[in-house]
Design a protein around this ligand. Structure first.
Ligand SMILES: Nc1ncnc2c1ncn2[C@@H]1O[C@H](COP(=O)(O)OP(=O)(O)OP(=O)(O)O)[C@@H](O)[C@H]1O
Length: 521
């Protein structure tokens, strides 16, 4: 009696120690087997749906559908009462899983099938006891057996409850995380819509892509026509990333002469080349902890492209003239209006660099392909203008909007901004911009002129005719220089206005002026 009590306590303590259902069932089966000298003991767990019993020890074969009467357990669940099953009867049941269980138990003479229920009468699972001795009464009537089963059912329910709670908590956390992610994504997109304006699907989608890209460390390549907002996209990626408090270093690869670009990016030591009278930190180093924005990447010289590729792979570089390499932790955003695919085909851009840059590719559609953005952009530019100039409120008429909707905007939002600002100047405070003041006819006599050859003005005199051209490259450059000179003259030397009117960033114009030796007029 004393020994039995000790054994009972030891077994109970071991059962109480189990902190998950699989080990609890495993330990309980082993205890029953050893304590009552069984040849084998199996435990089957009824799943939450109440439709399938699982016997983990049988692996894939241990699945028993409760509606399938080719095994004995469906019947047992229905009756809810323990019963014996003889070896002979077990042969008649041809369920594959059950036969696997019979085989693995060495085909005993008798089975005792015991449903385990919770206090509320709900079936939790089944115990299958195997023995050569069919005298089950001698075991099942023992207080130790009954006590162990009561404890097992109690622990089983509490394990189910706690795993249910863990599961519920996990589910709740995941739902809250999703909700939180969705909410913070919504807030970021809303904030971004103040600078990257537009109601079109394309713009809404672009804003969420930007927020997504910002959350990663991937290199982003922004592609799109000139003036469509690539710069704002790059700023957005920086602002919504965890590098927002670090520097954002902007490099316009087209505006810096090829010969200077390398030393600007990499920096140099004192005396690294003639004219380097002091050491200079490069832009790569300055971008440490922040974002490096390489604008007009399509204009980067080939030799530098290979060097950049190497830097992107290791974030290490060597300033000109230096012995030691330096490390800089920057996130790269690159942008271009050039069709990089064509540049790759022409051998002007490295394919491997393209892949390295476009880990997260973003494309900004031309304004003409997102007509829904026209009105909000107009109102945004009017607001910007009135705030900047301290002018009173202004609007835009539906007729003016209709007229604008028929225009193709080769210079995209930048061009629209110029048109709207010019119209604001002509509109009395408190009024709406009218079609007349848009002066689209005057600025752009025909739609074709926006794409075709500009009319030859006085300033373009002296440009050779087609028959006189013997060096196309030189002729095109002379033509470009003459247009820039003429446009600067037209705007009284104001480079910002001249650049805008040509659909060029100011820095690109500055670079071209330097290249063609165009001095102010
Ligand atoms: N969606 C937009 N919302 C508000 N302003 C915009 C938007 N798109 C462009 N702009 C405005 O248009 C002008 C040109 O935009 P931005 O400089 O970003 O274009 P870009 O694509 O980088 O041009 P480029 O290829 O010439 O460098 C800027 O004044 C910018 O503020």
């Amino acid at each position: 009696m004393q020994t039995e009590l000790h054994t009972g306590i030891d077994l109970a303590v071991e059962l109480l120690r189990q902190d998950n259902l699989p080990t609890l069932l495993n330990v309980a089966s082993r205890q029953l087997q050893n304590t009552f000298g069984l040849t084998r003991c199996w435990s089957l767990e009824l799943d939450l749906s109440g439709r399938t019993l699982h016997c983990a020890a049988l692996g894939e074969q241990g699945e028993f559908d409760c509606g399938d009467f080719s095994h004995p357990f469906a019947h047992l669940i229905q009756q809810g009462k323990a019963r014996e099953l003889s070896r002979a009867a077990s042969y008649r049941l041809d369920h594959e899983g059950f036969q696997a269980m019979v085989d693995a138990s060495n085909r005993p003479r008798s089975f005792w099938l015991e449903p385990i229920k919770g206090e509320d009468g709900r079936t939790l699972g089944i115990l299958v006891l195997c023995n050569e001795e069919p005298e089950w009464e001698g075991i099942t009537a023992q207080p130790l057996y009954r006590g162990l089963l009561t404890l097992l059912s109690h622990q089983w329910v509490s394990q189910l409850r706690s795993s249910d709670q863990v599961w519920q908590r996990r589910l709740l956390k995941r739902s809250l995380d999703n909700l939180h992610d969705a909410e913070s994504m919504r807030q970021s997109c809303e904030q971004l819509s103040e600078t990257l304006v537009g109601n079109s699907m394309a713009m809404t989608d672009l804003r969420s892509q930007i927020v997504r890209a910002a959350g990663s460390q991937l290199s982003v390549l922004v592609q799109g026509e000139t003036g469509c907002g690539k710069d704002i996209v790059a700023q957005g990626i920086h602002q919504f990333s965890d590098r927002k408090n670090g520097p954002m270093v902007v490099v316009n690869c087209a505006a810096i002469p090829d010969t200077l670009l390398e030393s600007e990016l990499f920096g140099h030591t004192k005396g690294a080349f003639s004219g380097a009278d002091r050491a200079k930190e490069g832009l790569l180093a300055q971008a440490n902890g922040g974002t490096l924005f390489l604008d007009e990447i399509g204009d980067m010289p080939m030799a530098l492209q290979s060097k950049l590729l190497r830097v992107l792979e290791s974030r290490r570089f060597r300033p000109l003239g230096a012995q030691q390499e330096q490390h800089s932790d920057f996130r790269l955003v690159a942008a271009t209006h050039q069709p990089l695919n064509e540049c790759i085909e022409d051998g002007r851009f490295r394919r491997d660099l393209f892949f390295r840059l476009s880990q997260f590719p973003l494309r900004v559609l031309p304004l003409r392909d997102r007509p829904d953005d026209l009105e909000p952009l107009c109102r945004h530019f009017i607001r910007e203008y009135t705030a900047r100039e301290g002018a009173g409120p202004m609007g835009i008429s539906s007729h003016a909007l209709k007229l604008l909707a028929g225009y193709s905007f080769p210079g995209n939002a930048r061009e629209l901004r110029n048109i709207v600002e010019f119209a604001c100047l002509q509109t009395p405070v408190g009024d709406d911009i009218q079609p007349e003041v848009l002066r689209l006819d005057e600025l752009f006599p025909t739609q074709e002129s926006c794409f075709g050859e500009p009319a030859l003005a006085d300033g373009l005199a002296g440009i050779p005719t087609a028959e006189e051209v013997f060096d196309l490259r030189a002729a095109s450059q002379a033509y470009e220089a003459a247009i820039i000179r003429e446009r600067l003259r037209q705007y009284g030397g104001n480079r910002a206005q001249a650049a805008d009117s040509l659909g060029l960033p100011k820095r690109t114009l500055a670079h071209k002026c330097l290249k063609y030796q165009v001095t102010e007029v």
